[in-house]
Design a protein around this ligand. Sequence first.
Ligand code: ADP
Length: 493
Amino acid sequence: MFKKRLSRAHEASFNRIMRRTFLWPMGVMVVASLSLAWLVSHLLGLTNWVDHTDRVIAEARKCEKLAVDMETGLRGFLVTGDPALMQPFNEAELQMSSELDLLGRQVADNPFQNERVETIRTDYSKWLGHAEEMLGHRQRGEDYQSIPLNAQGKALMDAVRNEFTSFVKDESVLRDERIGAVQRIDRNIRRLRWIVLALAGLGIGLYVRKQLSQVASLYESALTTAEQKTEALQISEGSLREAEAKLRQYNEDLERTVAQRTAKLQETVSELEAYSYSISHDLRAPLRAMQGYAQVLQEDFQRSLGPEAKVYLDRIINASGRMDKLIQDVLSYSRVARSEIKSEPVDLEKFIRAIVQEYPAFSKTNSRIEIETPLPRVMAPEALLSQVISNLLNNAIKFTPEGTSPQVRIRAETNNNDVRLWIEDNGIGIAPEYLARIFGVFERIPGERPYEGTGIGLAIVRKAVERMGGTVGVESEPGKGSRFWILLPGRKL
Ligand code: ADP
């Protein structure tokens, strides 16, 4: 938990201190354990040597006893002549040589004692030679006591025994030295262990205390940093909240202002629309009068008019006709913008077929309007929808190059409850720079003289579709026809 809240630098120092806190005491313990192990093995070695010396002394005593047994047996037989007394002599002789070998091997590491064993072996061999000779004398009944051999034998056996005594004595000295060393080490260990333990304990304790105090100061500095950070965070949180509140306030003010301005704008637009509607409407009456009088002049005063006057009259009639069309279109646009919307179920297929039959221009013999069935049923205001479709069909047929028969295809795509209606033609197409502009009021593509129009048809389409909550668009290329679409979201039944 603590570590998780530490910064990187603090964490590195914390790890370093913790590592040191454990590693050093562990190192001391390892060294102490190794020293102890060495001492124990040294002690065991010394004890083994003491055991070895005991075994050597025992072996030397055994050999000495065999020598004594042999001499006793020999003496007994020499005195009594009883062969039974020779038994210890014979038994000891059998063992003596191998036991001396064993003794020699045991002191192989001690040249001095080894030499002594060799001396014993030589003296013993000589004695054995004398003894056998003496035995021969005795068995033959000769005087064996006065011969010098007897005295020499005794001297040899004394020498052997003395050697054994010195041998055992030296071994005993060695043994005592080794026992002394063991006792000394034991005593030192007993005496020093408390001092060593106390020193090690004190050292480790002081060391751990120092490390812990470092950890504590590290913790303190980490805590201070954390506190500073928290404080800074709190301050920035506070100012953030303040800024947020201000922003919310600005937003609310902005929304209110936008709503007020939009309402005002809508009011102005509606007023303008009403004004333009009434002006358009009022303009039609004098226009009609003008047209009417011009026609009367043309029909009733035909004879008294000169050819020039006739041309002027024709122009007046044509111009006022165009003007009337324009006013009618403006009135349609206003109607679309202002009419009340009342949606009802519409079977698109039947609906479009009826429009096609209703308008004579659509059923021209050379034009072909293909409806890709089935078309979906939609919920829409009939009047607006009819205006949209007839305007689009009108353009699709109108904007075909001279000498080409118009071919129009109507199809629909549905996505969940959204309906996209496509009206595709094989007409003149539209250059990319005009694709977005043509939906504006009075927007026409310059240089399209042969095609009559006011530039309001597509503006009416856009207005009507927008009032149905939809969007309108076109894909086209000059010379490759146009594909107009209207998207009516959520209108599918
Ligand atoms: P109008 O048809 O009265 O000129 P519209 O608003 O209906 O006005 O169309 C605006 C312009 O868009 C047209 O003048 C024409 O240049 C272009 N346009 C509309 N429909 C098509 C079409 N189907 N193919 C080619 N051009 C078209």
